[in-house]
Design a protein around this ligand. Structure first.
Ligand SMILES: [Zn+2]
Length: 353
């Protein structure tokens, strides 16, 4: 019993000519052309002989031939006049878009770049690249394939790789256009939309009432210190950072422990050394992680402490807490905490110098 092999190929055509624009994949287009161009006689003979040696898949040579055939069709379509002139050994019109490339027709009938590299020790394909028309959809497909083979690299790399074999007219613009339409690149390199920032709080922009009248406060640490007593044992200390919301002046107090009393002492020292604030702002959100979680607990205890509130009422200071889980608020003191931590990490000698 003889095995029958049947291939069905459907090709979109317009007026009997292959419509390349209906393809989005060069691989598919090339394979279809290779099947269509496969010598039918040879194929039939082999089947009739029962050799069954006909490859079901397209060979590398067939694929290469199919691609060259496609390029030739596109060159015929867009460079008809140039082909006529070149084949009859007439000079090209100076208005021709490929005039500067000094083109010639190779033995396969493809238009290639003449250029000035005839004596260069490069591969023939790199010295005399195949010219690809700017308007052709095939050029777009070839660029897309090169881009995908190069794992979605950028314009310069794709263009450089591409020009080792082909010379697209207006190449950079063509590569840019092809890369812009790549969905994977869009997904990987897309920039997320940014939120428009809200207006600055009134306390930061209204008339100047004196330094530290509107103060932001935050805790940072722990800072490991070496005590001068008890045999120089190492102890944890915490930084209490006060910053003026209008002038960005900064004042740092050291709290001996995490207790509310020590924080209040730091506040009292701050008031004594600078001035009494009208309003103090701070956060009470979970914006610290890891080691700072401990600090946050203290901060929360401190916020809820009745001692603190009675002290503030006595001092006539208004304390406003940012809402919880609002990391977009309090950027003023958060950035200064970062600076303070960076300064703290500097070697002691450098600071002294
Ligand atoms: Zn891409």
């Amino acid at each position: 019993m003889q095995r029958k092999v049947t291939h069905a190929v459907e090709v979109a055509t317009q007026n009997g000519v292959l419509e390349i624009k209906s393809f989005s994949s060069l691989k598919k287009l090339r394979n279809i052309i290779a099947y269509v161009r496969r010598p039918f006689k040879l194929w039939k003979q082999r089947i009739c002989r029962g050799e069954n040696k006909v490859q079901e898949t397209v060979s590398v040579e067939e694929r290469q031939e199919a691609e060259e055939w496609l390029i030739k069709q596109e060159q015929k379509k867009y460079y008809q006049r140039e082909l006529q002139n070149l084949s009859s050994k007439k000079p090209l019109s100076r208005k021709s878009i490929i005039y500067d490339l000094n083109p010639f027709i190779d033995e396969k009938g493809l238009i290639r770049v003449g250029g000035r590299l005839r004596r260069a020790s490069l591969a023939y394909a790199s010295r005399h690249q195949i010219i690809l028309p700017k308007q052709s959809h095939l050029t777009h497909l070839i660029i897309r394939e090169t881009h995908e083979e190069l794992k979605h690299f950028g314009i310069n790399y794709v263009l450089n790789e591409f020009r080792s074999k082909y010379w697209p007219v207006h190449g950079r613009a063509m590569v840019k256009k092809a890369l812009r339409s790549c969905v994977i690149c869009k997904r990987l390199r897309g920039v997320p939309q940014e939120q428009i920032m809200a207006d600055l709080p009134a306390s930061r922009v209204e008339g100047y009432e004196g330094t530290f009248k509107f103060t932001g406060v935050d805790l940072f640490g722990p800072i490991i210190t070496k005590a001068r007593y008890r045999g120089g044992r190492r102890e944890k200390r915490y930084g209490v950072l006060f910053t003026c919301l209008q002038t960005r002046a900064i004042h740092i107090e050291l709290a001996c422990s995490q207790s509310t009393d020590d924080i209040l002492k730091a506040l009292t020292r701050f008031i004594a050394r600078s001035s009494k604030p009208l309003t103090i702002f701070s956060d009470c959100g979970t914006n610290f992680v890891g080691a700072a979680r401990e600090l946050q607990d203290i901060m929360n205890k401190w916020i809820k402490s009745p001692n603190l509130h009675s002290h503030l009422t006595d001092e006539n200071i208004k304390w406003i807490f940012n809402p919880p889980a609002a990391p977009h608020m309090g950027g003023v003191w958060e950035s200064l905490v970062k600076l303070a931590k960076r300064a703290e990490r500097l070697p002691q000698q450098k600071v002294q110098n």
